[in-house]
Write a protein that binds this ligand. Sequence first.
Ligand code: EPS
Length: 391
Amino acid sequence: MRFLSSGESHGKALIGIIDEYPSGLDIDFDFIENELKRRQSGYGRGKRMAIEKDKLEILSGIRNGQTLGSPISFLIYNKDWRNWEKKMSANKDIFYTENESDKILNPRPGHADFPGYVKYRFDDIRNVIERSSARETAIRVAAGSFAKILLKSFGIYIYSFVEQIGNVKIGFMDKPSKFDENLFILAEKSEVRCPDEMFSEKMKKSIDKAAKEGNTIGGKFLLFAKGVPAGLGSYCQWDRRLDAKIAYAIMSIPAIKAVEIGKGILSSETSGICFHDEIFYDKKEGFFRKTNNAGGIEGGMSNGEDILVSAYMKPIPTTTAGLRTVNIKTKKTEKSLTERSDICAVPAASIVGESMLALILADAVQDKFGKDNIFEMIENYKNYINYLKNI
Ligand code: EPS
């Protein structure tokens, strides 16, 4: 399954195409709508979210609610485009001339501004901002919803919650290694997607403090995939390793600076005897583990345990207080560009994380069980599960 997107943040629309999605799947549009809503919410978002009401319009690949196996294409209109119509017009508007003084030349440290300006030989950072904006993640969540619908047919579900915002970190637990649905139910009720009420309040306060100071904050979120059978991914080639693909996909989310599988960071300071998840067998349960430090992946393959991923997000580079930078034309020291932005987007990023994980797992499922139609895929899956049960 491949997925491509296009669209500028303040352009007319965002576009997505999913290629090689199987035929025969019923698409629940309310589910997709709700996924888009989940990404838009979250404490710490800027005023833009009050403008946008993300809604998916399907252009191809689905007939009477069912997928056709042909490329699925879709769009989400940017409501804010109305305010940018002239500035973002594809045609040269004879009534509109860009003022030299409108050009942005003070790159934000930490943003794509400087390398993007240099790479594409622009004379205005606006051209970089538009596509490097995290607005693009709306379309990833739409694509991720299709991946989640596919995974559901195989009993695979993905969840997330926020563990840390700024320096406020849930203190009540060690990193969970086994799936606990309650955590996710609680997270869904929290404005910061944190499963603990007291820590949610603390997190909101630290977002308020950052806002007051003209600052931004990052954080960390956890992703779980439940129901993944052993044997997705492969050790046979470097780019077929499931953990490598997951890390790539999660790292591609704007502002993510580190990705961890299971207790990966701890593993570097723990001995083999303490770290590795011993294997047990029970007639009823089959092969199982009592711990899941590996985060459900061994040798680049799922091992049948829950897949556990942590993602670390840096603070958003657009701060109202600004940072020292240099004007690219005058070479004089200036304050970095300040414009409307989010204070903290960790809760939203956790939904994008779910979507990216779903896309990778859906692709891995197709690798193993086929990709033309869901019926054949399910037959192959059932066969495989039967084989696993009878090893
Ligand atoms: C973003 C800046 C803000 C965010 C935007 C990402 O947008 P604007 O510059 O229009 O105020 O709200 O995120 C979204 C629009 C979204 O849908 O997530 C940025 O610079 O990355």
